[in-house]
Ligand binder design. Structure first.
Ligand code: FAQ
Length: 311
C-alpha cells in the first residue's frame, strides 16, 4: 500500500494537483504541514493582540469599526487554519498547549509593541503587505485544505492592507506631528517586517524539502525581495522614508538592493526574548484559562445532544 500510496503522492505533486487529507502522504510531509499550519494559526491568534490593544483607543467610530472587523478576521483565519491542521490528525487543544508552553512558534513580528495609532496603519500596510506577499503563492500550496483556506485569507488580508495604507495616507496629509508619528512607526516596523519571511535561504533548514513537496513555491529570500520591490514605490507615494541606507534600485538586477536585517535580533525573538514575547504568551494563557468553562459547557451540550439523538 505504501508503494502505491507513494506513487500516487508523487504523481499528485508532478501533476500539480492537491494532496487531500485521506491521501497517503510521507510522515515528514504531514509533520511539516502540521508545523507550518499550526505556526500560521498561532500567528493569527497572537497577531490579534498588538492591534487589539488599540480598539478602545481608536480615534473615531469609523476607525474603531474597521479595526474591530480586522481583528475579528484574524480570529477567523486562526480558526480556518486550526481546522486545516485537524484534517491532518492534529488536535486543536494540543496545538494550543504547545503554543502557550512555548513549544511551537508563532511569527516573530507580533513580539513588537504598538506604541501609537500609526502602528495600526503600519501593521496593515507592512505586516499585512508582507503576509499577502508570502501567502498568495500558498494558495497553490500542495495541501488542499491549506491552499483553499489561503484563498479566503488572502482576500481578507488585502482589505487589511488597504485599510492600513488609507489610515497612513490620512495621517500623512495631517499635521507635522502626525507625519512624524507615521515615520517613527515605519522606522520601528520595517526591519521586523522583513524578518517575517524567515531566515536567509542559506540558513533555512526547511525550504529545500518544502519546495520539493510544493508546500512552498518560493524561497524566503525570493519573497523578501518581492516585498521590498513592491513596497518602495508605496513608501514614495506615502512620503515616508524606509530606514535602510543601502536601499537602491539596481538596474542590472531589475530589483532594489537592500540591507540585511539584524539576524541576531531575529534569533533572540524566536528564542522568546523579544520585547513583547512574555506578555503575548501570558495574555494567551489567561484567555485560554478564562475560556475553559465555555469549552466544557460546549462539550457537555454536544454530549447531551448526541445522547438524545441516540435514544
Ligand atoms: N517568525 O526553515 P525555515 C499573519 C521558523 S502573517 C517565527 O525558513 P519555513 C497575518 C520556521 O517556522 C504571519 N518563526 O521555515 C497577520 C522554522 O521553525 P521550526 C504568519 C519563524 O517554515 C497580519 C524555523 O524558523 N504567516 O499572521 C519565522 O520553511 C497582521 C526555520 O525557518 C505564516 O505563518 C518568523 N518570522 O519558512 C495577522 C505564513 N521565520 O522548523 C495579524 C506561512 C521562520 O524550527 C495581523 N508560513 N521561522 O519549528 C510560511 O510561509 C513559512 O513557515 C515561513 C518560514 C516562510 C514563515
Amino acid at each position: 500500500m505504501t508503494g502505491d500510496g507513494e506513487r500516487a503522492f508523487t504523481q499528485t505533486l508532478e501533476r500539480d494537483q492537491r494532496v487531500e487529507p485521506r491521501d497517503w502522504m510521507p510522515d515528514g510531509y504531514r509533520r511539516t504541514m502540521i508545523r507550518q499550519i499550526a505556526q500560521h494559526a498561532h500567528s493569527e491568534i497572537i497577531g490579534m493582540q498588538p492591534e487589539g490593544e488599540w480598539i478602545t483607543r481608536a480615534p473615531t467610530l469609523r476607525r474603531k469599526a474597521i479595526l474591530l472587523a480586522k481583528v475579528q478576521d484574524e480570529a477567523g483565519h486562526g480558526l480556518y487554519l486550526y481546522s486545516a491542521a485537524e484534517t491532518l490528525g492534529a488536535d486543536r487543544g494540543d496545538l494550543t498547549r504547545r503554543l502557550i508552553e512555548g513549544r511551537q512558534k508563532y511569527s516573530s513580528i507580533f513580539n513588537y509593541p504598538t506604541l501609537t495609532f500609526a502602528d495600526v496603519g503600519v501593521i496593515g500596510w507592512l505586516v499585512d503587505g508582507a503576509a499577502i506577499c508570502n501567502q498568495v503563492p500558498l494558495c497553490r500550496s500542495s495541501f488542499g485544505p491549506y491552499a483553499r483556506a489561503m484563498i479566503r485569507i488572502c482576500k481578507e488580508e488585502s482589505f487589511h492592507q488597504r485599510q492600513g495604507y488609507e489610515l497612513l495616507m490620512t495621517m500623512m496629509t495631517g499635521t507635522p506631528a502626525q507625519r512624524e508619528t507615521v515615520q517613527d512607526a515605519v522606522n520601528r516596523w520595517w526591519w521586523p517586517s522583513l524578518m517575517m519571511f524567515g531566515p536567509p535561504d542559506a540558513d533555512s533548514p526547511n525550504t529545500a524539502q518544502s519546495m520539493a513537496w510544493k508546500i512552498k513555491r518560493h524561497t524566503n529570500d525570493e519573497l523578501r525581495q518581492r516585498f521590498v520591490d513592491m513596497t518602495v514605490p508605496q513608501a514614495q507615494a506615502l512620503g515616508v522614508t524606509l530606514p535602510d541606507g543601502e536601499l537602491a534600485w539596481n538596474a542590472e538586477r531589475g530589483h532594489y538592493d537592500f540591507g540585511a536585517p539584524d539576524w541576531a535580533e531575529f534569533k533572540r525573538v524566536l528564542a522568546g526574548d523579544g520585547p513583547m514575547n512574555a506578555r503575548r504568551i501570558a495574555h494567551r494563557r489567561r484567555a485560554d484559562a478564562d475560556g475553559a468553562w465555555v469549552r466544557e459547557a460546549a462539550a457537555a451540550h454536544a454530549a447531551k445532544q448526541s445522547r438524545a439523538a441516540g435514544q
